[in-house]
Write a protein that binds this ligand. Sequence first.
Ligand SMILES: [Zn+2]
Length: 115
Amino acid sequence: MIYKGSCHCGRVSFEAEGELAGAMACNCSICARMGSLLWFVPREKLRVLTSQDDVGTYTFNKHRIKHHFCRVCGIHPYAEGLDSKANPMAAINIRCLPEVELASVAVKHFDGKSL
Ligand SMILES: [Zn+2]
């Protein structure tokens, strides 16, 4: 299935392909503030449809994860990084997928604070 996503103002839009079987709520310093619910897909399953000029990138700590945000409205729709086997991954914030009924998605809680 292909899910369409966007930031709030719509300048950043994307599609993510896969089966949305669940999402992760993380308690690390950035996820705790944003309230993101993350769905991990291989990077090639994320297609960013808009100009990179509108996409800002924020990194912190070990700078391994690129947190992407809209330069206009400030919403963080996705991030990029590597999984444990060094495969490129994307973390989609499913709150930015308007067609997804959030209450129907199983959410796992992840302790990112201690990493
Ligand atoms: Zn925006």
